[in-house]
Design a protein around this ligand. Sequence first.
Ligand code: PLP
Length: 368
Amino acid sequence: MKQLQSMNRLLLGPGPSAVHPDVLKAMATPLVGHLDPYFFEVMNGTREMLRTVFGTKNELTIPMSGTGSAGMETVFVNLIEPGDKVIVCVNGVFGERMKDVAERCGASVVEVTAPWGQPIDPDEIRKALEKNGQVKLVAIVQAETSTGVRQPLKEVSEIVHEHGALFAVDSVTALGGIPVDVDENGIDACYSGTQKCLSAPPGLSPVTMSDDAVQAIRKRKTKVQSWYLDLGMIANYWGEDRFYHHTAPISMVFALHEALRILLNEGLENVYKRHEDNGKLLQQELQSAGFELLAAEGYRLPQLTAFRLPQGLDDIRLRRELLNLYGIEVGGGLGPLKGQIWRVGLMGHSSNLANVRLFMGALQDILN
Ligand code: PLP
């Protein structure tokens, strides 16, 4: 068997993004045990920094073991009991995934949809809440990675709370790229992933739950369906009791700790501005070069840009050329957009001016 190679790729896809060299270094920190007092210190620091990035004071704020989908499952398996009514907003692949997960938990799911590329209309959520009686939870994706749409949250949150439901938000691609502001936006349950704008490798899913969400979990009549993702048990390990639940992925926690430290050292406002500036520039340059952006104007994410491929261009061949000639990875379309769009990520450590210029230059070159 050959030794692994260092491939020197420029990760400009929908995730994973480039990992900061100091984060890679942190992963090589010699292991300590998951019940070592030093690791407890690192855990506490990680939780504190996660609260700052999420914009919350929530006590229950922890990185779950597993990728973003584990965070998604954590929210649904802990908050939903069979028969609960749930509204899931679907305008892309990750809304569809939430619906699937909610159904697997036995929820009775009502879908609120918008065309892919458009945000969800808060009035449609209001109508669904008025029509469907006692709804337990409304779930929405803040940054829909399959389309590049940014979903405004505040109005949706107000409508959801007026109707006495809990508000759950997927911030996998949002966190560390645009403000999530969990407390200000009245979010009850929020999950993310480490491999997008936090610029750590995939493997942890930060989750935060409001007091109302914690109460809802306490009031369950049935056991949480998943032993591994049962927040009641895991909180006893991440909290003061330090009860062993499962062996924490130590090196990944080291990585997340370092990634958060780097992000907060730069400053949240500076990080958001960097994403905003580079995203805008890429979108302007693409439009000037004649490409059509998929996401509706006013609802475009700076960290993920989807644009239509002109008809007749061979998606797979061109992406292979971009990778082989320039080492640049971008994403293709998912589901109904397969073969029709490219998705370019400027996430975390990948979001810089040089990468915008490199991508635009390489794109022009392979198209000529
Ligand atoms: N939600 C969104 C918005 C995502 O972009 C992704 C991954 O791309 C996920 C959920 C699932 O995360 P993961 O692939 O890390 O399990």
